[in-house]
Write a protein that binds this ligand. Sequence first.
Ligand SMILES: Nc1ncnc2c1ncn2[C@@H]1O[C@H](COP(=O)(O)OP(=O)(O)OP(=O)(O)O)[C@@H](O)[C@H]1O
Ligand SMILES: [Mg+2]
Length: 331
Amino acid sequence: MDGVSIDLGTANTVVWDNESGQLFNEPTMMALSFDGGRHSDVIGIGHAAEELLGRAPDGVEVVRPLRDGVITDLETTRRFLREVLQDIAPTWWQRRRLSVVIGIPAGATALERRALLEAAEEAGIGKAQLLPEPVCGAIGCGIDPLASRTHLVVDIGGGTSEVAAFGSGGMLTYRSSPLAGDEMTLALYQYIRSEHQLVVGERMAEEVKIRASADPNPTMVVEGRDAATARPRVVNLSPEEVTEAVAPVTKEIFSALAGCLEDLPPQSVSDVMAEGVVVVGGGSLVPGFGKSLEDAFGFSVLMAEDPLTRVAVGGARCLANPEALAAYAVS
Ligand SMILES: Nc1ncnc2c1ncn2[C@@H]1O[C@H](COP(=O)(O)OP(=O)(O)OP(=O)(O)O)[C@@H](O)[C@H]1O
Ligand SMILES: [Mg+2]
């Protein structure tokens, strides 16, 4: 293993290697112990940290280093990345030999970009490069990064939605929005409360949202508390209602897409009309998203088959394609 790609997402972190495939795919969470008010040791990351959510013993806190797709706390993000890198390349020598590609939002700030590069350096990584996540996502779906046609990609993560157009070996335009999967969960929570007078927990709302995309039944049973009496009660919810509940978020993503289209020259718009738009990211699995997008813009929509891993896969493909890496790497 000489090179790996890392998609450090708000919700999940995925590490991919071209030879062995997925090396890591766990929540971007870290459990830290407190020592005199300051974080000290790392108790666990990923699933191990998630397990402790809501049941962490005294002196232990579970943190999410990223919010809205951006680094909220530079130090915890660096520690998280160090832990992930040490997990996949345990010895100093292995890390020294490793080339790493890290996905970053197209709209990341210079400070965030520097923080990630420094974290990789602190972990002893031989070489680290940054690539825009939406471009990686499209490449992970099989798009040729160096073809002269313009491609449009939508990446709906947990904390950020990004739309980007690229082609001829460069990024043409992009839009970012903090309305993504987490906001869909919140919108669904509010919908269930206002339309069904039922209060559910935040985790339950997330579970219902995810279940809605796979449940073969016309309606799902949702458990919660009556908003007026606080007594336990169940309601039936259809996937169409989930689509309706998340519509404000979908609308925002569509206006980001419309903004990108406005920026593009007519020839690029024709390419997009001919090729369709590529959609990646876990948030795109919400019921009805692809259909709404098709209805709103009239072009074909290519929904990724495994949308949560495409960014990491595309990053790994770039590692094996120096020309693509040189064209899209950001400093
Ligand atoms: N089946 C599903 N239906 C609807 N939403 C889903 C489904 N599976 C996952 N999600 C949502 O996808 C989001 C996580 O997607 P992803 O892993 O692509 O985000 P991320 O890359 O970690 O975040 P970001 O790109 O914003 O930094 C979460 O909000 C999660 O609720
Ligand atoms: Mg992402």
